[in-house]
Ligand binder design. Structure first.
Ligand code: NIG
Ligand code: FE
Length: 408
């Protein structure tokens, strides 16, 4: 089926050159846009675009009039934990009363609290809850999403999450990548025996994941009081042995060398980055790893925002993602992430939009097929309501300015 979107006020996020897989430094400030444009799609793929004045009307089979509307590539959310059970608003209130995120975790809240609830949920309950979250994020423009395990913390429960993600991949029209994050926290059963827990993940869980094709990437929470750099190296090495590239949590609260370990092990992305030394930033220049910031986590936990302005000014690429999870970011809305990046991290709308499209596609290994308006890529499109320009999206924060999302 051929469809032509006509009279598009702004067709934004164009990459003529299919070989461009990510944008770095100054390149991020350019969001290629055609005003008064058309876009052809066929069988779910982009087949052409240009100025309305140059559209040959005889080529139109099915027409969708986009007068007054903006068309963009659908967002790619390269970091979420959206398969979870229950919510943690009690901890939210505790934090308002003065407890820190670390203090709440130390007394058995946090990740361990979510794991307990997930362990007692059925696969079907998890699937239904995650399905509703996918529908919700789609309505806010997300067309591709990475989902991590990590609230299971046992062989059975981690596999349960990954099997849910596998079903979602088949049933949903969103493009989904799965990441194994067994090393999210040491569960109470392994208290004082972190090595034993890592042994179990590596020698018992990973082989099953490999056999059933349950994960695309591997992750670990490399952080003071969670997992050390040596632990991260072990997990990344084990991942490599099973063909899983790493995407790891680093530098959320402390800078302990996770960046350097990630680069050494050729991580696809290094995520969080709230606390960065000059050396951490300098080292990222010598890698193909995508630094990924999660501004809605900074907002919710009131922790520093990653220094992405400085990083882009120094020539690095940056991706942005939501981190959707019940503890640090109970929200999966990319438009809010774009607003936060513009307001608190001083990214221009162009930089922020590139960071949640092409660069976040790179951070989930799909920039060949997603993340830009490019002939041959998937027709994963956002069609906005009638708005003045793409700048209105971060400006009028909190509203949903998207009319429809087309996925293939
Ligand atoms: O990415 N930082 C580690 N993990 C999650 C949050 C975990 C939780 O509090 O449930 C994150 O922010
Ligand atoms: Fe996370």
């Amino acid at each position: 089926m051929k469809t032509t979107y006509t009279n598009i006020k702004q067709l934004a996020g164009i990459q003529e050159n299919k070989t461009v897989k990510k944008l770095s430094g100054k390149e991020m400030s350019v969001l290629n846009t055609i005003e008064d444009a058309y876009l052809h799609t066929e069988n779910g793929y982009i087949t052409g675009f240009g100025k309305m004045a140059e559209l040959s009307k005889s080529l139109i089979q099915q027409e969708i009039d986009c007068s007054g509307k903006i068309v963009l590539p659908a967002w790619c959310d390269s970091h979420t934990h959206l398969v979870f059970a229950g919510t943690r608003e009690t901890e939210f209130v505790d934090r308002i009363s003065g407890l820190t995120y670390e203090e709440i975790a130390a007394r058995g809240g946090g990740i361990i609290n979510s794991a307990k609830r997930l362990q007692s949920s059925t696969e079907e309950e998890l699937y239904q809850a995650a399905w509703a979250r996918l529908e919700e994020i789609k309505s806010h423009g997300t067309g591709a999403v990475e989902i991590k395990s990590g609230y299971g913390l046992s062989l059975d429960a981690e596999l349960k999450i990954l099997r849910v993600i596998k079903r979602l991949k088949v049933d949903s029209d969103l493009t989904i990548k799965a990441t194994f994050l067994g090393a999210h926290a040491v569960p109470p059963e392994f208290k004082g025996n972190k090595e034993g827990y890592l042994d179990m993940l590596i020698h018992e869980v990973l082989p099953i994941i490999h056999q059933e094709g349950l994960a695309d990437y591997i992750d670990i929470f490399c952080e003071t009081n969670y997992f050390s750099v040596a632990d991260a190296e072990r997990i990344m090495e084990a991942g490599t042995n099973f063909g899983l590239q790493s995407k790891i949590h680093v530098n959320q609260f402390t800078s302990i060398g996770g960046i350097q370990a990630g680069i050494k092990h050729n991580a696809l992305s290094l995520d969080h980055l709230e606390v960065m030394t000059d050396q951490d930033i300098a080292d990222l220049h010598h890698s193909e790893t995508m630094p990924t910031a999660l501004p809605s986590c900074s907002f919710f936990l009131k922790i520093p925002f990653a220094p992405v302005r400085k990083m882009i000014d120094e020539g690095l690429a940056i991706a942005l993602a939501t981190d959707y999870n019940p503890g640090s970011t109970p929200s999966g809305k990319i438009p809010f992430v774009i607003s936060l990046a513009c307001i608190y991290q001083r990214l221009t709308p162009e930089e922020a939009i590139n960071a949640v499209t092409l660069n976040s596609a790179y951070a989930m290994g799909i920039s060949d097929t997603h993340g830009s308006i490019t002939v041959g890529k998937k027709a994963n499109l956002i069609i906005t309501k009638e708005i003045s320009s793409y700048n209105y999206i971060p400006y009028a924060f909190g509203g949903n300015h998207i009319e429809s999302v087309v996925l293939g």
